[in-house]
Design a protein around this ligand. Structure first.
Ligand code: ZN
Length: 333
């Protein structure tokens, strides 16, 4: 819905939705259909300074209700780190997206309480599910740049992620311990991470909203006519990711410890090209050069975070095609 805001230009702006500070429950929305159909769990704000995913999830449930759409599926929308969303920080004491599956610090701290509450909601959804389960985990980045998806390299993950016309990044979630994506993946569920754009860019909410509708379509939860502006959702993502390779494989992660005083050099964004030897950051030990030619991913431009940057490489189309042919032969046998 659009509202007119008073102001010198009186431009119609998207309704920002309920104030996120008022959130007192992780459960943003729930639709329970036939348990043997697909179950989709959407999570936003695992990092508290990334509220765009929460806003997108709220807008999708709001539209489902307004249009009286009854998905074939069961859908759950969850808000991640509630105290960090209130304070607008990545986390309170420790990173909620590094403490899944027994990894990291999950003590009595606020972040750990959020993790356990979230897991309770997820276990309730999983214990009801009799069909396939899909996790969609929505994030945003401290740098600018195009949206992209992050998956572990399984056929179902790749099939779902390719339903968004944005680069698919492989090998990134494996390089970070204790993520929600890995936790779901290890239990045999499809799990897609989606980076919608910069934290404070209004387009990020639109990218997240598009990713949700396209996921619901790709996994059979909704039919094309139920998605109000299907062509528009695809167009917005295609436009944001124009000129970028379809698949990028991560080959290097630069870890950051709290006392490193890591500072990314200014001006880098997701998918920006870097050359081997190019100085792209500094820390207490001096200059940090890119170890390879490639594409920069997730350059860290905020105080909090354990990943300084990643370097990836575009996977050639010919290779992807060859892999597909090999898999086809494999499945024939
Ligand atoms: Zn995040």
């Amino acid at each position: 819905m659009t509202v007119l805001r008073p102001g010198p230009d009186s431009e119609p702006t998207e309704d920002p939705g309920p104030d996120l500070l008022d959130l007192d429950d992780h459960l943003l929305g729930r639709v329970e259909g036939d348990p043997s159909a697909v179950t989709v769990i959407m999570v936003g704000g695992l990092h508290g300074n990334e509220p765009a995913g929460v806003r997108a999830i709220l807008s999708v449930f709001e539209r489902l209700e307004r249009e009286r759409l009854a998905p074939r599926a069961s859908l759950y929308g969850l808000a991640g780190n509630l105290p960090a969303l209130r304070s607008g920080t990545r986390f309170v004491e420790s990173d909620l997206n590094r403490m899944w599956g027994g990894a990291g610090r999950d003590d009595g701290a606020a972040d750990g309480r959020s993790r356990r509450a979230l897991e309770g909601h997820m276990e309730a959804a999983l214990s009801r599910a009799r069909g396939p389960v899909v996790l969609l985990d929505l994030h945003s980045t401290s740098s600018g740049g195009a949206p992209f998806s992050i998956v572990a390299n399984t056929p179902e993950n790749r099939r779902l992620a390719r339903s968004f016309p944005v680069p698919l990044v492989l090998g990134l979630e494996e390089s970070v311990e204790g993520t929600l994506l890995t936790f779901f993946g290890r239990r045999g569920h499809a799990a897609i991470g989606f980076e919608g754009g910069a934290h404070d860019d209004p387009l990020t909410v639109e990218h997240h909203t598009a990713a949700i509708w396209l996921t619901l379509l790709a996994c059979g939860a909704l039919w094309p006519e139920a998605i109000g502006d299907l062509a528009g959702h695809r167009r917005r993502l295609r436009h944001a990711a124009r000129g970028l390779p379809p698949v990028v494989e991560v080959s290097h992660r630069h870890p950051v410890r709290p006392d490193d005083r890591f500072r990314m050099a200014p001006g880098y964004a997701n998918f920006g090209p870097v050359s081997r030897g190019e100085v792209i950051a500094h820390d207490a030990a001096g200059a940090i050069a890119s170890p390879a030619d490639g594409l920069l991913l997730l350059p860290l431009y905020q105080g909090e975070g354990e990943d300084g940057f990643f370097i990836g490489r575009s996977v050639p189309r010919a290779f992807l095609l060859a892999e597909r042919v090999l898999r086809w032969f494999g499945s024939e046998r």
